[in-house]
Design a protein around this ligand. Structure first.
Ligand SMILES: Cc1ncc(COP(=O)(O)O)c(C=O)c1O
Length: 494
């Protein structure tokens, strides 16, 4: 048996736009080369290796790649067209048929593999794809500025020097760091420069890198808000740090508690819009956090995940502006554009830059330079600001509709955290959260309870019941339906 790799894009005379084919050919088999090729192609289609619509190489180039006569390939293609595995149309070549027959009419070959079982979509992604969902953590994905992004990508690609296609600077490419330094100073009050900015794969990678650097510095515990994302706690713990909760109330995290957390060398906060309760950090508490850091040599990690979205007045400026040597600012494109971009950034104190870059260099160096250049162009050309303005308007309208619908249909439910961001928190009567979640689930509405964000060190008995409603998540057309379902769910308890 010979394993043949038919590389239609490198073989002389092959047509561009077709596929690389890896075929197992039994050239010495009883049916000869033609039967072997037919079997191998049939098997590739049946097993799903060649998906419906895939264009096969022209018979001439596949024949050249395999070192067989062109007629042999043409005959194999013809047979598979007749069987319904392939389709051939004048001008569009030979393709895998769109509706491939499920059984092969008894023509299984001796090498026929079992049909491939496709794994179900992994569970964690499922909620973000439901059109009737209020899962917090996602912007409206249908609003991604495709045309503007594409235009920026085209401009970025057309002007990028050849060197841009090599391994990039682990800090992130300079045009993006320059664009971000200007944007963050202007829009978020961040005090930094391109030399102290490091681009990373979202906030998540930034937190992971910083946790490792802190651990290597001898820090043992990171203080965190008593409500936050479970995945962030896990990530910090995986880096060898323990976590300890700071109480969160209507003024945000009780940062005064830091003075009693003697082992904490750092604290993670969401000052602009506490996640998930939605309150901004009170000015006195902002001051207490930076005072603590200055007095103890501690570090504040500022998660500014949705700071651009403030509706009632100017966004609260970044905490980092109060003390750039003691506060790391972390931003992300996950809420402002899309999580799929995996683009985030850190404005670091000078003394941390080299250590973070070294930690980064050892692992995933940087997100795709092409995406970085596109974001740089998108920001520099004003596209980012325009997109944010449009999205602010969209989310603000949704928030107003949410508040109005609840006031009219379930007035007993209190809504909080509405001044900013893409989610709100609905306070529920004590002991009703699980019942509401079950009812939402029954009606197909994806939504999370406040309890799923509670730090494990906070006793359940101290926790308030609530729903975290990511009103930014549904596509525009699905928002009204989701809101109606939410009101139905709530009327059963309130
Ligand atoms: C509190 C919080 N921080 C940060 C992020 C963004 O993380 P990343 O940039 O890794 O997508 C999110 C996104 O859901 C979030 O909810």
């Amino acid at each position: 048996m010979a394993e043949q790799r038919a590389n239609s894009s490198s073989a002389a005379g092959s047509a561009p736009g077709t596929v690389d084919l890896h075929l197992d050919l039994d050239l010495d088999g009883p049916g000869g080369v033609r039967a072997s090729l037919t079997d191998a192609l049939r098997e590739a289609v049946r097993s799903g290796r060649l998906t419906p619509g895939t264009r096969l190489p022209p018979s001439r180039s596949l024949a050249a790649d395999l070192g067989v006569a062109r007629n042999t390939v043409a005959d194999a293609y013809g047979e598979l067209v007749a069987e319904g595995w392939l389709s051939a149309r004048q001008g569009s070549g030979t393709r895998v048929a769109q509706r491939v027959a499920r059984n092969d009419g008894g023509r299984r070959t001796k090498r026929a593999a079992k049909p491939v079982r496709r794994p179900a979509r992994p569970e964690p992604f499922a909620p973000f794809h439901t059109s009737n969902g209020f899962y917090a953590g996602c912007p409206d994905l249908s609003a991604f500025p495709r045309a503007a992004w594409l235009a920026a990508a085209r401009r970025a690609l057309a002007t990028a020097p050849n060197a841009a296609f090599g391994y990039g600077d682990p800090r992130g490419c300079l045009p993006l760091r320059e664009a971000l330094a200007e944007y963050l100073a202007r829009a978020r009050g961040v005090r930094t420069d391109p030399e102290r900015l490091v681009v990373c794969s979202g906030f998540t990678q930034g937190l992971s890198l910083l946790s490792r650097v802190l651990r290597a510095d001898g820090v043992r515990t990171l203080a965190m808000e008593s409500y936050g994302l479970h995945v962030h706690r896990e990530l910090v713990t995986a880096s060898g740090l323990a976590t300890t909760p700071l109480t969160v109330d209507q003024h945000g995290a009780a940062t005064a508690q830091l003075t009693t957390h003697r082992h904490s060398g750092a604290v993670l906060l969401t000052p602009a819009h506490q996640f998930p309760t939605g309150v901004p950090l009170h000015p006195d508490r902002r001051a207490a956090a930076v005072d603590w850091a200055a007095a103890t040599g501690g570090l504040v990690l500022e998660d500014d995940y949705d700071g651009e979205f403030r509706y009632d007045r100017q966004p609260v400026g970044a905490l980092q502006g109060l003390d750039p040597e003691r506060v790391v600012y972390l931003g992300t494109a996950s809420k402002s554009l899309a999580p799929a971009l995996r683009l985030g950034w850190m404005a670091l104190p000078e003394h941390l830059v080299d250590r973070v870059v070294t930690a980064k260099h050892a692992g995933e160096r940087h997100p795709s330079v092409l995406d970085q250049l596109t974001l740089a162009e998108f920001i520099a050309s004003g596209g980012y600001d325009r997109h944010l303005r449009a999205m602010r308007l969209r989310y603000r309208r949704r928030r107003d509709r949410l508040v109005a619908a609840l006031a009219e249909r379930v007035p007993a439910v209190r809504v909080g955290g509405i001044a900013a961001g893409l989610h709100a928190v609905l306070r529920l009567p004590p002991g009703t959260e699980q019942e509401v979640l079950r009812s939402a689930d029954w009606l197909g509405l994806a939504v999370q309870g406040l309890d799923s964000f509670r730090h494990p060190a906070v006793p359940r008995s101290e926790a308030a019941d609530g729903l975290v409603v990511g009103y930014g998540t549904p596509a525009e057309h699905a928002f009204a339906g989701a809101l109606d379902t939410l009101c139905q769910v709530l009327t059963s308890v309130a």
